[in-house]
Design a protein around this ligand. Structure first.
Ligand code: KIV
Length: 261
């Protein structure tokens, strides 16, 4: 694979110069496609739970499942920065267990950084003490679905806006190398982006972030009901269904496979 390896310092250096392109991936094949498309950052997101494993939310995905998929993505990637989500429960525990779980994602799964939701001082300190770079995640944090009561937009009131900005500044002071801002007003994302020296990566957060991330299946039109802020760049779900239907027809009509000549 030709090109330059994307590193954590390289991502930080892009701030204000070049937009960061990030995508999720969950398996070997899609990782290769994502890399060949020129993506900077590949996240093995805990969205794995919903888009691949069929769970109703992200809460039930385990460390074992994350590592299983992370290893597959690792085998399909060379140049992009590989980030792994810390799944629910893996860092809502004591510092030693948090550090051990982050270390597993790096040592067993091959992640080069991990992502954690929320402004959690102890969590981020424990992981950074192991020399593992941390990506933050603020705004709509899907692992808080039960507390939030759904997946609605965050940062709608002036108080919430100040809280999220304060959390972003805390994360920056704790040394995260970037922050995902999910489902927040564009004006808030713009303000956070302006006031921080680390890059912001938006998803449903308007165009002024330093980068953007989307879920692989949402972008390709494979998810039946994607979030409203998603732009589908293809309708591959419908195309796949049509291809499979045609195959079924050919088999039933006896025209596939053809007689050998
Ligand atoms: O799990 C995930 O896919 C994510 C992205 C949506 C940022 O956290």
């Amino acid at each position: 694979m030709k090109g330059k390896k994307v590193t954590v310092p390289g991502i930080i250096r892009k701030k204000g110069k070049e937009r960061i392109v990030a995508l999720t991936a969950y398996d070997f094949l899609s990782a290769g496609i994502v890399e060949r498309a020129g993506t900077d950052v590949v996240l093995v997101g805990d969205s794995l739970a919903m888009v691949v494993l069929g769970h109703p939310n992200t809460l039930q995905v385990t460390m074992e499942a994350m590592i299983h998929h992370l290893k597959a993505v690792r085998r399909g990637l060379t140049l992009p920065l590989l980030v792994a989500d810390m799944p629910y429960g893996s860092y809502h525990v004591d510092r030693a267990s948090t550090a051990r779980n982050a270390l597993r994602l790096v040592q067993e799964g091959g992640a080069e950084a991990v992502k954690v939701e929320g402004a959690r001082r102890e969590t981020i300190e424990a992981i950074r003490e192991c020399e593992i770079p941390v990506m933050g995640h603020l705004g709509l944090t899907p692992q808080s679905v039960n507390r939030l009561g759904g997946y609605g937009r965050q940062g709608n009131t002036p108080e919430d806006e100040e809280r999220i900005l304060g959390e972003a500044k805390l994360l920056e002071s704790l040394g995260v190398f970037s922050i995902v801002l999910e489902n927040v007003p564009a004006a808030l994302a713009e303000r956070v982006t302006r006031e921080l020296s680390v890059p912001t990566i938006g998803i449903g957060a308007g165009p002024k972030c330093d980068g953007q991330i989307l879920v692989f299946h949402d972008l390709l039109g494979l998810t039946p009901e994607p979030p409203p802020f998603v732009k589908a760049y293809g309708e591959f779900g419908a195309q796949m269904e049509e291809a499979l239907r045609r195959y079924g027809e050919d088999v039933r009509m006896g025209v596939f496979p053809r007689e050998e000549e």
